[in-house]
Design a protein around this ligand. Structure first.
Ligand code: C2E
Ligand code: CA
Ligand code: CA
Length: 434
């Protein structure tokens, strides 16, 4: 099989294809403006194309791209236009659309192309795509504005797991703009000293004695105020900033832990959340050890919290580094237990010290409810495996009593104590000193 370059220069010269697209689109826009009709724009990006190249080789990948182009082109009419404008990305102009119904029908026809299996080196496989759809004049007045709108839709389709088509709306654009704004602002959050850590105590539930605390990252943006970690951590993971932010946070936590340790508060552990992206960075475990060494913090005082979903991918790699970490005395807790897809068999091989039951199961738990059954089962499972079980999200005395009655020994929640900044935590520790 010849490489694409030899096969078809028109197909491979994506820079030229992009220029051609803008030219054709603007011509069609001018025509549409005159005749008051609409134009449909579709952006089609194949899902997991990279893995086809890796698993089958580039020439099979090239063949698949050509075949996709042919399949899509065969569904189009004379007024339409198709071009490959990037690696596995195709743009289609539906040249003459008068009603939304017409556009939907054209899209349905194109989607059918992906229902047919592809033959890849003797094996047949289904290929899916993430598709964005936008219309002139609603989504943009020129080719650049339209392409930007349709790219937002395609990226949204990707973020929903691929294999779907998303249509343009103002709401979607606003969401995207907000995310881009936050993503940009987050790049400066560290140097502008907008990030800080809070610490939420973890208690022995029957005795109310504090046994640990969880470090939780906060971002106070000068205009937006406190941005929830659920929002900005996702963004930091997406753009890779989590590595820098995570390293900084770990240093702050270790320094703070050492300060408390030196003033005599040495009977509790500090838990620290780590995202799987951080662990995937080969240099991370070493950096972590260096931080412990530099801050002279005994590693058995630290616990890292990882969600079970982290183990789904790269399981054996995680197993190796977690075993290395555990050898140094660091504890490992499975966070949000019960919400992901853990394999108990896999967990059995990991050096885990504790399971954390996610707050979604604990909040306002009522006896005999579905959540009550889950929580009770998780407590029993953890106990039988010889693990510490920690409940999260205890908001009422009823939650607390349910957990105690069902044998859960440790927990955290607003009912017991909200996350505190370092200064507040020092006061809290002083007040509770025996
Ligand atoms: P998580 O690890 O499940 O953390 C527990 C969350 O539950 C925290 O939310 C905590 O403030 C909240 N919480 C504690 N008690 C209660 C309660 O009684 N009721 C309710 N409704 N919530 C309670 P937070 O601080 O907003 O953190 C959200 C998530 O952000 C964390 O979930 C964790 O996944 C992530 N996160 C926070 N800090 C870090 C960090 O330093 N690194 C990484 N990678 N992720 C972090
Ligand atoms: Ca956690
Ligand atoms: Ca949780």
């Amino acid at each position: 099989m010849k490489p694409l370059e030899v096969l078809n220069d028109k197909f491979t010269n994506t820079d030229k294809n992009r220029r051609d697209f803008h030219q054709v689109a603007n011509q069609k826009i001018a025509h549409a403006k005159q005749h008051h009709h609409r134009i449909g724009l579709l952006l089609i990006n194949l899902d997991n194309f990279q893995s086809i190249n890796i698993n089958y080789g580039q020439s099979i990948g090239d063949k698949l791209l050509l075949e996709t182009h042919e399949r899509l082109a065969s569904c189009l009419s004379a007024e339409d236009f198709i071009s490959r404008i990037d690696g596995d990305e195709f743009v289609i102009i539906l040249g003459n659309i008068t009603t939304a119904k017409e556009a939907q029908a054209a899209i349905r026809k194109l989607l059918k192309c992906f229902k047919i299996k592809y033959s890849l080196d003797g094996t047949s496989a289904r290929i899916h795509a993430s598709i964005g759809a936008a219309y002139y004049p609603h989504a943009g007045k020129d080719s650049h504005a339209l392409l930007e709108s349709v790219a937002i839709c395609m990226l949204h389709a990707k973020s929903l797991g691929g294999n779907n088509c998303q249509h343009y709306s103002e709401k979607l654009r606003k969401k995207h703009q907000k995310e881009s704004y936050l993503e940009n602002a987050l790049k400066f959050a560290l140097e502008n000293k907008e990030l800080f850590l809070t610490y939420q105590p973890i208690f022995n539930l029957p005795t109310k004695e504090m046994v640990g605390m969880e470090a939780l990252l906060r971002w106070r943006h000068p205009i937006l105020g406190l941005v929830p970690p659920d929002v900005f951590i996702g963004l930091a993971e997406k753009n890779g900033l989590i590595a820098t932010i995570g390293e900084w946070a770990l240093q702050v936590v270790c320094k703070q832990a050492k300060e408390w340790y030196n003033t005599g508060y040495n009977h509790f552990k500090i838990s620290f959340n780590i995202s799987s992206n951080q662990l995937l960075q080969k240099s991370f475990p070493q950096k972590m050890m260096t931080t412990f060494k530099d801050t002279l913090i005994p590693s058995h005082l630290l616990d890292i919290e990882l969600t079970e979903t982290a183990f789904l991918t790269h399981a054996s790699y995680f197993e190796t580094i977690l075993k290395k970490m555990a050898k140094t005395g660091i504890g490992i807790t499975i966070d949000d237990f019960g919400t992901g897809h853990s394999s108990l068999l896999r967990l059995k091989n990991l050096p885990i010290r504790a399971l954390k039951i996610d707050k979604s199961f604990v909040l306002n738990i009522t006896p005999h409810s579905f959540n009550a059954i889950i929580v009770n089962s998780l407590i029993n499972l953890g106990g039988k495996l010889g693990l510490n079980v920690i409940a999260e999200g205890i908001e009422t005395n009823a939650d607390l009593q349910f957990l105690i009655n069902n044998g859960c020994l440790q927990g955290q929640g607003y009912y017991l104590c909200k996350p505190l900044n370092a200064k507040q935590m020092t006061t809290f520790l002083k007040k509770n000193k025996k």
